[in-house]
Design a protein around this ligand. Structure first.
Ligand SMILES: Cc1ncc(COP(=O)(O)O)c(C=O)c1O
Length: 405
C-alpha cells in the first residue's frame, strides 16, 4: 500500500482560478430564465420582451398543428423512447420522420439523432478512424464540428472563412489518409453561406468527402426550404453526407444525417453517439414530422422572412449600423469591444427587446456582436422598432463611453 498522498493539481483550485480569469475578462456567462413564451414574446424576470435571438426562424415551435401532434403522440406513446434505437427504442414515428426528411432533401436515407451536436460527433468518429485521416474545416465552423475531429482523433486543418482555395491548399498538403471537407451551410454567427459549388469541386479533385452541416439552412434557404445543398444544385453525389437539425427552423429538437444506404447503415452500426444513447421521444418525432410538412408547404413563411430581412437591412443602413454580408434571418451587428456589446444588449432589454450579446470564444477576439435573428412571426413594425432601439442604444452607450474615457 502506498504511504504518501499523490500531489496532484486540485480541481477546485483550478476551476476557481479559471472563474477568476473569466470574471476579470468580463466573460461570466449567465442563463436567463424564460417563464412564459408567446410567439416572439418572452417573459423574463417578470418583464415581457420581444425576442430577436431565437432560431425559430419559421415560427413553428408553438404552431398549433406541431404542438397537437406532440400531445397526441405523447398521449398514445408516452413521454420517452425507453431505450436506444438498437435495443427497443426505435419507433415507427422515428422511421416516418427519417423517410420524410430523406424525401424532402432528395437523399436515399436519413438517420435520426438526439441533437445536431451528437450527429456531428458521430459522423467523424464513425468515418475518420485512422491516425493519418484528416478533416479540413472552415475556420468559422460550428464548435461541434471542431470537437468532432478531436474526438475522432484524426488531424484537423482549418482554412480561412469561405476560402475554397484555402481548402484546396490544406487538402493538398494533408497526410495521405482519408479526408473529409466539412463546412457549415449557413454560418451560425455570421449568417453567410458557404461556397458549396466551389467546395464540391475541391473535394472531388482532392478525393475528399464533402460534409455540409446545414443546421441553419434547412427550412429557410432555397425552393421549399430544401437548404443550401439543394439550392446550390448539389445532391448526394457531391455532398455524400449532410446534417439537418430540428432545433432551429423546425422548432423542435434533434437532427438527421442524410446519405446513401451504405453510409447511413455504417453510421447506425458504428457511431457511438448513435448507439449508446436513448432515442428521442417518439412524440418529439411526431411534432417534428408535423413541422417538416408545414415547412415544406408554407412558402409564405420564407417570403415573410425575406421581407423582414429587407426591412431590417434598409433600416440598419439608414442608421449607419455595422451590418454583415448576410441575406439570411441571421443578421449580426458588429460591436467590436465586449463591453460595448454587453452595454447595448442591456440597453435593448430596458427598451423591451431581447438580443443576446455574442462574445469570444464563440466568435473571434474583437468581433463581439449582437446576433439579431428574425422569425416569420415578427412584424415589420417590430423590426423597425428594434432598429430604432438599437440606434438609440448605440448612441447612448457611445456617449457614456466618451464621458468615462
Ligand atoms: C451549425 C450548427 N451545427 C450544429 C449545431 C448543433 O445542433 P443542436 O442544437 O441540434 O445540437 C448548431 C447549433 O447549436 C449549429 O449552429
Amino acid at each position: 500500500m502506498p504511504t504518501t498522498l499523490m500531489a496532484r493539481p486540485d480541481l477546485h483550485d483550478r476551476i476557481q482560478a479559471q472563474r477568476k480569469l473569466r470574471d476579470a475578462q468580463g466573460r461570466i456567462r449567465v442563463r436567463r430564465t424564460v417563464t412564459r413564451r408567446d410567439g416572439v414574446r418572452l417573459e423574463i424576470d417578470g418583464q415581457w420582451l420581444t425576442g430577436f435571438c431565437s432560431n425559430d426562424y419559421l415560427g413553428l415551435s408553438q404552431q398549433f398543428g406541431v404542438v397537437s401532434a406532440l400531445q397526441d403522440a405523447a398521449a398514445r406513446e408516452g413521454a420517452g423512447a425507453t431505450a436506444s434505437h438498437l435495443v427497443c427504442g426505435h419507433h415507427a414515428l422515428h422511421d416516418a420522420l427519417e423517410r420524410e426528411m430523406a424525401e424532402w432533401l432528395g437523399y436515399p436515407r436519413a438517420l435520426l439523432f438526439g441533437s445536431g451536436f451528437a450527429a456531428n460527433l458521430a459522423v467523424q468518429q464513425a468515418l475518420l478512424s485512422e491516425e493519418d485521416d484528416v478533416c479540413v474545416q472552415d475556420r468559422l465552423n460550428h464548435a461541434s464540428l471542431l470537437d468532432a475531429t478531436r474526438l475522432a482523433g484524426c488531424r484537423l486543418r482549418r482554412y480561412p472563412h469561405l476560402d475554397a482555395e484555402g481548402a484546396m491548399r490544406q487538402l493538398k498538403h494533408a497526410p495521405e489518409g482519408a479526408a473529409m471537407l466539412a463546412t457549415d451551410g449557413v454560418f451560425s454567427m455570421d449568417g453567410d453561406l458557404a461556397p458549396l459549388r466551389s467546395l464540391s469541386l475541391v473535394a472531388r479533385m482532392q478525393g475528399a468527402m464533402l460534409y455540409v452541416d446545414d443546421a441553419h439552412g434547412v427550412g429557410v434557404i432555397g425552393q421549399h426550404g430544401r437548404g443550401c445543398v439543394a439550392e446550390a444544385g448539389l445532391g448526394v453525389d457531391d455532398v455524400p453526407l449532410q446534417l439537418a437539425t430540428f432545433g432551429k427552423a423546425l422548432g423542435g429538437s434533434g437532427a438527421v444525417v442524410l446519405g446513401d444506404e451504405a453510409m447511413i447503415q455504417h453510421l447506425a452500426e458504428t457511431a457511438r453517439p448513435y448507439i449508446y444513447t436513448t432515442a428521442v421521444p417518439p412524440a418529439q418525432a411526431a411534432a417534428t414530422l408535423a413541422a417538416v410538412k408545414l415547412a415544406r408547404r408554407d412558402d409564405w413563411r420564407r417570403e415573410k422572412l425575406a421581407e423582414l430581412v429587407g426591412v431590417f437591412r434598409a433600416g440598419a443602413r439608414q442608421h449607419g449600423l455595422d451590418l454583415m454580408a448576410s441575406d439570411t434571418p441571421i443578421q449580426p451587428l458588429l460591436c467590436g469591444a465586449e463591453a460595448t456589446v454587453m452595454a447595448m444588449s442591456a440597453a435593448l432589454e430596458t427598451s423591451g427587446f431581447l438580443v443576446t450579446a455574442i462574445r469570444p470564444p464563440t466568435v473571434p477576439e474583437g468581433k463581439a456582436r449582437l446576433r439579431v435573428t428574425l422569425s416569420a412571426l415578427h412584424t415589420p413594425a417590430q423590426v423597425r422598432a428594434l432598429i430604432d432601439a438599437i440606434a438609440h442604444a448605440r448612441d447612448s452607450v457611445l456617449h457614456q463611453q466618451a464621458l468615462s474615457a
